[in-house]
Write a protein that binds this ligand. Structure first.
Ligand SMILES: [Zn+2]
Length: 292
């Protein structure tokens, strides 16, 4: 590893994460609305990670080709942008309205008076607890694994394939990591802060950059841990379930990070598991395709 590669490995995550969160705060102070102030730092983070992946690839063979990026972009637009927006509108129009109409306000269960960054921290901790168990069940229960297998299908890791989730899997995630906070009336500024952290962390988690998190590997579920979660060997991939944090894995005994070792082959055992967007909408309904 050259000197510059070493500097990038140790500083890229904390520096870029801090820059994105500061940019989000700065844009809000300038008077931009919440959506612009959230999406601009996330897009800047994605662009910076793309450049780092090109210049400092962890594995050359993991770099995507045009077809990979096209299919990932369709997942990104539909499953990660349009679907959560529709689900949020639907939840607000139905469940929240229903609760309000019955005067069942659940706001008092959330510390709204705390600073936004602290509320976002509590949200990460709670959402990750729910996501940990949903993710673990998705690996251990064959019916849910059929849907979650879509996320594990790529034989390489790079940031854009963080978007690859079957819509059914995404809806389940929404039920556990977004809906409870919408119902609790968590403020827009807290949700936006969470979204910036969640997105940039997700990009890093799947990135093809040589990143070293050191002691942060005991708190954050970063790329060094998450690559093992994408191993082709089920005994290895059934670990490191953390979405943003790794602390729940440590607590429940599923954290795995061997020293000085690199993960082997990634993906699913099936040699001809379809990789295109439309084909992957159907794969959960094809019996046995997610197996060898
Ligand atoms: Zn998984």
């Amino acid at each position: 590893m050259t000197k510059i590669e070493n500097v990038v490995a140790w500083t890229a995550y904390p520096a870029l994460m801090a820059l994105c969160l500061c940019l989000h705060n700065y844009l809000l102070r300038l008077g931009f609305d919440m959506k612009v102030s959230s999406y601009v730092p996330v897009v800047c983070g994605a662009l910076a990670i793309t450049l780092l992946e090109i210049k400092f690839s962890h594995r050359k063979e993991w770099n995507p080709d045009g077809e990979d990026v096209f299919n990932d972009a369709v997942f990104m637009a539909t499953v990660q942008v349009v679907l959560p927006a529709l689900l949020t509108i639907l939840a607000s129009l139905t469940l929240v309205e229903f609760l309000n109409s019955r005067q069942l306000t659940l706001d008092s269960f959330w510390p709204h008076h705390w600073p936004a960054w602290l509320q976002a921290g509590v949200m990460v901790l709670c959402a990750d607890f729910f996501r940990y168990w949903l993710h673990r069940i998705a690996h251990e229960w064959p019916l849910l694994w059929r849907f979650h297998a879509v996320h594990h299908s790529p034989p390489k890791l790079y940031w854009v394939n963080v978007a690859r989730f079957h819509p059914v899997d995404k809806c389940l995630q929404f039920l556990f990591d977004a809906l409870p906070f919408i119902v609790l009336g968590v403020g827009e500024e807290v949700l936006a802060l969470y979204m910036v952290f969640y997105s940039v962390n997700g990009f890093f988690q799947h990135c093809n950059i040589d990143i070293r998190l050191g002691l942060l590997n005991y708190i954050i579920s970063g790329p060094e841990l998450h690559r093992w979660h994408h191993s082709k060997i089920a005994e290895i991939s059934n670990q490191n379930y953390g979405n943003n944090l790794i602390i729940w894995d440590s607590l429940f005994g599923t954290r795995f990070l061997p020293k000085e070792k690199q993960v082997g082959t990634l993906g699913l055992p099936h040699p001809r598991y379809p990789m295109k967007f439309l084909a992957q909408m159907k794969t959960p309904f094809i019996k046995g395709i997610e197996q060898a």
